[in-house]
Design a protein around this ligand. Sequence first.
Ligand SMILES: [Zn+2]
Length: 128
Amino acid sequence: MLDAARCPKCNEIFIPPRMFCPKCRVKLENIQVKGVGNVLTFTTILVPPEGFTPPVYIVLVKLDSGVNLLCNTSKSCLHFNKRVIVTKIGDKFIAEPHNIFYVAKKKLKTLLRRREKTSAQEVPKTPS
Ligand SMILES: [Zn+2]
């Protein structure tokens, strides 16, 4: 979950949270939003500012809550529409692959393969 602020008047969500809505000029309420969304676009910075080790991978993520966030990421997330999960570490937003289902599927396949292997080994039992 990410700290955010919502305008009670126009419902716009701001990440990171701020005090007032720039449009409505009313005080915002603090909320939490899920850091899950899709990659809108991405870039690779080969000559980054001082303090960063190149290459720096950047993605623009559209969260399910509608907020767009610039995030640091790894090369594996540089795909349009890639499903990612965003966490905040220090003052940086980090996007990682949101692949729980992928992992679950992979585990299931491995399990099934293992089962197949075991049963295959049991089959050629020849009477001695
Ligand atoms: Zn507003």
